[in-house]
Design a binder for this molecule. Structure first.
Ligand SMILES: [Zn+2]
Length: 390
């Protein structure tokens, strides 16, 4: 349908998105568009030694930008990572942030960019009530986001998920201006991503679009974006997983990932409510958790989403466009991507089922779920995902 060279565009929705192979070479220009003279690249330790970071830094330096690198960010980043990043930013006299990497690096970087000019501490800006109104927006650092995975869509998100290790919970830091001002979607940066991570992150993108599509709020724009994101995932995620050098598939999955996160401004739901709780307790991969949880949560939501799912199944041209047909297709897709069917297969057991039920019930994402489940109901969905009973 497309020549890969035609997969090249500048979009201004939901922010300035510069999409296409080789767009990373324009990083210095984009930093300058945002008035930066001394950007700080915030990335994770797994990436910092790869040539792509050295090249980005060298390219910035060659273009008279005083560029630094901070990489002390763990998967599921903590408040300490954010404070360390703020210190690095201040010590280096930086004036902008290049958020470069997977979801963890992007989330940490966006939180650093918010916090650098504020008087409060990080949790003062947790997404509770109208905390975000206390942010001094003038003092927020500008951000260019460069995702290197296709899943979280954090590059177009207005929030960061940061772990509070003291209380073992994940907290959402939110401000409308946390959406990066410029996003570079260059699929070549994802070519080296191993198949397992390609699959798990891609399923995270799928879960964003799917939960947004099913969410309990009136937002037809988000619904339309979610539909097309799911179609792109269906066509291209298996290809990108099987052959990491399939650049067309990589580019389409990358766009679908940004679309998933754009759609979830509408809300998320039960998959994310449980995945956040498990992520805080077990430190498991977020996308993998959503991928495993997906059919169990869908089934529990059936009475509220059946008609919508049938409409989605028709759009996807599934041979069986019923709710069961969709559910079977999800299970087949997961197995084609070699994603485990149960949580037991990734060594999560039912011992903390009650606690997980309560955590999921109180998670911010639970509000978007089409049915308002009780803590007990979340526990039993979790138990079926542990056991693998659909
Ligand atoms: Zn997610």
């Amino acid at each position: 349908m497309f020549d890969v060279k035609s997969l090249n565009a500048n979009w201004n929705y939901p922010t300035n998105v510069r999409q296409g192979i080789g767009k990373i070479n324009k990083l210095p220009q984009y930093c300058k568009e945002l008035g930066m003279k001394a950007p700080l690249i915030i990335t994770d330790p797994g990436l910092v030694d790869l040539p792509m970071i050295a090249q980005a830094k060298d390219n910035c330096t060659a273009n008279e930008l005083n560029c630094g690198v901070f990489s002390d960010v763990v998967g599921n980043p903590t408040d300490k990572n954010v404070y360390d990043g703020v210190n690095a930013y201040k010590e280096g006299n930086h004036d902008g942030v290049i958020a470069f990497g997977g979801g963890s690096a992007l989330d940490a970087a966006k939180a650093v960019a918010l916090l650098v000019g504020q008087e409060g501490n990080l949790w003062d800006y947790e997404d509770v009530g109208s905390n975000w109104r206390n942010v001094n927006t003038e003092k927020m650092a500008p951000v260019v986001a460069v995702p290197t995975t296709s899943g979280t869509g954090s590059e177009v998100g207005r929030a960061s998920v940061i772990t509070d290790p003291v209380n073992h919970v994940k907290r959402m830091i939110f401000h409308p201006n946390m959406m990066p001002a410029i996003v570079i979607l260059d699929a070549e940066l994802t070519v080296g991503l191993p198949a397992k991570l390609t699959a798990a992150t891609g399923m995270d993108a799928f879960s964003h679009a799917l939960e947004a599509y099913c969410a309990n709020y009136y937002h037809p724009m988000a619904e339309g974006i979610a539909l097309e994101a799911i179609r792109l995932i269906k066509h291209y995620l298996p290809r990108a997983t099987k052959d990491g050098t399939d650049i067309e598939a990589r580019a389409q999955v990358m766009v679908a990932s940004s679309m998933g996160a754009t759609a979830f401004q509408r809300g998320l739901g039960g998959m994310h409510a449980i995945a956040h709780s498990l992520g805080a307790l077990y430190n498991s991969h977020h996308g993998l958790l959503n991928a495993i949880l997906m059919p169990y949560v869908l089934k529990a939501n059936r009475s509220a989403i059946e008609e919508r799912i049938e409409r989605l199944a028709r759009y996807l041209e599934l041979s069986d466009a019923s709710f069961e047909g969709f559910l079977s297709w999800v299970v087949e897709l997961r197995s084609e991507l070699e994603i485990p069917h149960s949580l037991a297969e990734i060594k999560i057991d039912s011992q903390q089922s009650n606690k997980i039920g309560e955590m999921a019930f109180s998670d911010a994402c639970a509000g978007g779920n089409p049915i308002q489940f009780s803590a007990d109901e979340y526990s039993s969905i979790f138990d079926s995902a542990v056991a693998g009973t659909l």
